[in-house]
Design a protein around this ligand. Sequence first.
Ligand SMILES: Cc1cc2nc3c(=O)[nH]c(=O)nc-3n(C[C@H](O)[C@H](O)[C@H](O)COP(=O)(O)OP(=O)(O)OC[C@H]3O[C@@H](n4cnc5c(N)ncnc54)[C@H](O)[C@@H]3O)c2cc1C
Length: 592
Amino acid sequence: MTTETRPAAADTGIDYSAFESAIGLNWYDVDPNLRQIVERLTLPADREFVERQLEKMGAIMGQRIAARAEVTDKNPPRLEKYDRWGIEVNDVVHHEGARETKRDLWENGFIGLRWTDEVRKTRAGRLPPALGTAFSYFLSQAETGMLCAIGMTSSAAGIIDRHAPAEVRERFLPHLTTMDFAEAWDGAMFMTEIKGGSDLASSECAATKTADGWRINGSKWFCSNVDAEAILTLARPEGGAAGLPGLATFLVPKRRADGTRNGIHIRRLKDKLGTKAVPTGEVDFEDAEAYLMGGERTSSDAGARDGRGINRMMEMVQGSRFGVALMGLGIMRRSFLEAAIYAFRRSAFGRPIAEYPLVRETLVDMAVEVEAGCAIAFEAAQAGAKQDAESRRLYRILVPLAKFRCARRGVELASQAVEMHGGNGYIENWPVARQLRDAQCHTIWEGTENIICLDVLRAMTREHAEEALFARIERAIGGAEHPAIADAVSQVGRSVDDVKEAVAALERAPQEMRLLHARRLTGFLADVAQAALLVEEATWELAEKDSARKAIVARRFVETHLRERPLRGITSPDRTALDDFEAIVRYQAVRP
Ligand SMILES: Cc1cc2nc3c(=O)[nH]c(=O)nc-3n(C[C@H](O)[C@H](O)[C@H](O)COP(=O)(O)OP(=O)(O)OC[C@H]3O[C@@H](n4cnc5c(N)ncnc54)[C@H](O)[C@@H]3O)c2cc1C
């Protein structure tokens, strides 16, 4: 434990003026909100194991990985298409720092821990969801491009474990789940074609069944982690139905079973705005050897017969979308931390800028948004780890809500962090400009914001997932009786009634109007869910810690997102940003 970064006592709080930058800190020690989430959500028997892992990973991320991320961003991967003899090799050359970061992640169990006996022996018998979520939240604070690569490897392992034929599983799974970097293979997911990523039904990649197995031909337009060994892709088996039902999920290995290079040709790497650590390329498949995920079928019915061809890929997409929510959340947290450090160190007009009311309000609201983002993201992870039908429906809707909320707030908070740094923020040798470049990716990949909103509508129409969400919201506010949050609870209750009315109105509305209001409804659902979950956290903290800090956070979130504020709040008596600044930004306990 690095005692110098952890606050000495709850009431002194974090001393940002003692830090030069977020780089070099233990990101678990400086994040009391995360520590409280872990305490609340982890079984007592697993606490010691989980905290030990997070102490270790928090130091690795905040120190080595965060420092290297600044270098790899300026030294992105490059394609060596041909060797010196002119033979096509399609090699992607990574900066040494990126390789060292991958080694750190693999060897410290970022992927492999969940497959170890140590985890099987935990009380839960599986990786506690708060632990895996915190790993991704840490990595996203350093470098979201790297989480893209690692997250897809983890998701690919899951799909291969569940759907690959036994001999394929045995060939790939040990490499995808190992903690030995020398043996490690990467995973990837190529779906988007040049005609479009949202409209997957228009996919043209073709799969042909030959005497030697499946072959894929066609092109993919956005392929991240392009040099992965295990690529999951969508293709239409010859004679398959048009649209989504005719698509099937295939595993395309980098190397054929005989060890030769497979028919995967990288046209070029994309010159991206951000997320530079992960190489994103354009790919042509030419008679690429492939394995059908989910059992052998004839060529004409591989996707259509069981109607689940695309569903196998969508399992991976749901996991990856959650990963993108955590990318946004990580950027939110890093932006807040960098902004807070800067505000306590920088002076203007003879005083640290952290003393000025407008700066205080910005920092308070950034901290509140981070905690609201954590609330919905960690709740999604809890739901995703459960098997019952209600939790599955809850997970189904919480994932797009978390992605919608955290991806957009990632852009907003990164922008605020840049501005907090003044002109320095716009300069690339300060740490926040890159966060803003990286953040913009997350509202796009794994489904644009619009597509995510349509996904929320789909979750409601097909699975009535909103019922599970409303039941969860009502449970969250049901036990909240403490006077410190009574007012916030009443407002959340009224907002629940309002959002139910909005859902009912849209159910009756013509389809065009449903589509028109999808973003508004998604935002409304996210606001109410986050407010309710913050209230639940506040109730826990009041009971367990005898502190009303989280109650203030919940109240502030309710004020800014749910309550109608006449005259834009100018006549509101809310003095949170002034009176509770230390409590919220420095995480000081507050007597109820
Ligand atoms: C850095 C990066 C890496 C990527 N890596 C991968 C990868 O590894 N694998 C992969 O498969 N893909 C990847 N993608 C692709 C990404 O998933 C797509 O860009 C995304 O799904 C959007 O598809 P598109 O670019 O074709 O945009 P389009 O689908 O053409 O969308 C254009 C605009 O139209 C809107 N739109 C489209 N349809 C609707 C509708 N029905 N209603 C309302 N609005 C609509 C969209 O919201 C968007 O604003 C990556 C993208 C980026 C930027």
